[in-house]
Design a protein around this ligand. Structure first.
Ligand SMILES: Cc1ncc(COP(=O)(O)O)c(C=O)c1O
Length: 426
């Protein structure tokens, strides 16, 4: 992989200052592939920013954006609604289960977390109940705005500033690779039960269907169903963060569909617009929205953004739903994900690999150390496949348009990368 060394005034977030200058520069993307400034093409194993679920340069998405740009770019969401946003909200209501009918449109996953928390806390005030405690995973990642970052207890995202309301973190009872057993599921549910019982009644429990940034931790089947039951027992709202898993990533439309549950609040972003434009959504049940009639300041939801539910982004979001249905992307995610995971089973014999786990087209290879993870990811890029490496965990989340030949190519690149890394160790 050639690296650009040209000086840059761009300050890229979450990247050490010393590494800013020596970065890959992507200049073009088509289908499941991206090209760097040196002319090298790669298979995009990370879907842009884990969001290009329909692949890059999809003609139908470009056409939808162009048509909407020509007709109406956007209009003040406080003064008027517009067709793309109205249509997207009703289509989400049709797609989501149960009474999840009421949608707020925003720009980013972090904003969706922010809105979900404000809605949850205001819901209890509207009902006249004094609940503001929120329970999350310690290894959660729900975004990077002030409130969202408070929810994470991960050492690399943890905030230095105090949270404005009590947040209790639940730690994993076992290592990520040991989290798929029934005993781990029982222990985890026990920890959530203890957290719910340990303080004043909790306003909400907020979780991801699998822990993305927190090490790509896949939970045992039935975990979310048991968590749903626990929340019901305590009258606590269950918020599902589907920013990463939503829209087919895990081989079902939403991550919580694996357990057949209905959360009270769902946050979405990334795949909702296939990454073509900034778009996010928070959908809540009708009974949550109804309490806002009694909201004391009579202003409805006091949270929103100028470009929230941008007409062009919403138009693309509607076409993403069409593309996903027409191209059977959820089914493809399940099929290619299963093939990828099965093929990676061969890595079990490598001393450099301590675990391979995944669900749909989210696959993680856990290396024996951060150094091995770095070396394997770099060798994969040299073999033509981009992946993401964080603290020993290599994440692969390619577009849901992945073909069987692409899956083979990823498997070959990983096999070569692990062999090359092992050989270099001697
Ligand atoms: C599960 C989850 N929630 C929230 C976010 C934050 O989304 P954004 O980066 O769009 O603010 C992310 C981003 O990676 C995420 O993975």
């Amino acid at each position: 992989m050639q690296k650009s060394t040209a000086p840059s005034s761009l300050w890229r977030p979450w990247t050490p200052i010393t590494q800013q200058a020596h970065s890959l520069r992507i200049v073009e993307a088509k289908g499941n592939r991206v090209r760097d400034a040196e002319g090298n093409w790669y298979l995009d194993g990370i879907s842009g920013v884990l969001n290009a679920s329909c692949g890059h340069g999809h003609p139908r998405l470009i056409e939808a954006a162009t048509r909407q740009l020509e007709q109406l770019v956007h209009y003040d969401p406080m003064v008027s609604s517009h067709d793309p946003a109205e249509t997207l909200a009703s289509r989400l209501a049709e797609t989501l289960p149960g009474e999840l009918n009421e949608t707020v449109l925003l720009n980013s996953g972090s904003e969706a977390t922010e809105a979900a928390l404000r809605i949850a806390l205001q819901f209890w005030r509207n009902k006249g109940e004094d609940r503001d405690r929120v329970i999350t995973f310690e290894a959660a990642y729900h975004g990077t705005t002030y409130l969202a970052q408070q929810l994470s207890g991960l050492p690399f995202t943890v905030s230095e500033w105090a949270p404005p309301f009590p947040i209790d973190h639940v730690s994993l009872p076992a290592s990520p690779r040991d989290m798929r057993t029934q005993e781990a599921a029982d222990a985890l549910i026990g920890l959530f039960a203890a957290a719910l019982e340990a303080g004043p009644p909790a306003a909400a429990v907020m979780v991801e269907p699998l822990l993305g940034l927190g090490g790509c931790v896949v939970f045992p089947e039935g975990f979310l169903a048991r968590l749903r039951q626990l929340c019901d027992q305590h009258g606590t709202l269950l918020i599902l963060d589907e920013v990463f898993c939503g829209f087919g990533r895990t081989g079902r439309m939403f991550g919580f569909d694996h357990d057949g549950i209905t959360p009270d609040i769902v946050t979405m972003s990334k795949g909702i617009s296939g990454g073509y434009l900034p778009l996010a959504a928070v959908t809540v049940t009708s009974s949550i929205k109804e309490t806002f009639v009694r909201e004391p300041i009579a202003q409805g939801l006091r949270y929103g953004h100028t470009t929230g539910g941008h007409a062009v982004a919403a138009a693309v979001g509607n076409t993403v739903l069409d593309v996903m249905a027409d191209e059977k992307l959820v089914e493809n995610s399940a099929a290619q994900g299963a093939a990828l995971l099965e093929g990676l089973g061969e890595l079990a014999s490598s001393p450099l690999v301590t675990d391979v786990r995944g669900l749909g087209l989210v696959v993680a290879i856990e290396a024996d150390s951060a150094e091995s993870g770095d070396a394997i990811a770099a060798a994969m890029a040299r073999a033509g496949v981009l992946a993401r490496h964080e603290r020993g965990v290599i994440r692969i989340a390619p577009p849901l348009t992945l073909t069987g030949a692409d899956t083979e190519e990823i498997l070959q690149a990983i096999g070569t990368a692990v062999d090359v890394t092992a050989a270099a160790r001697g």
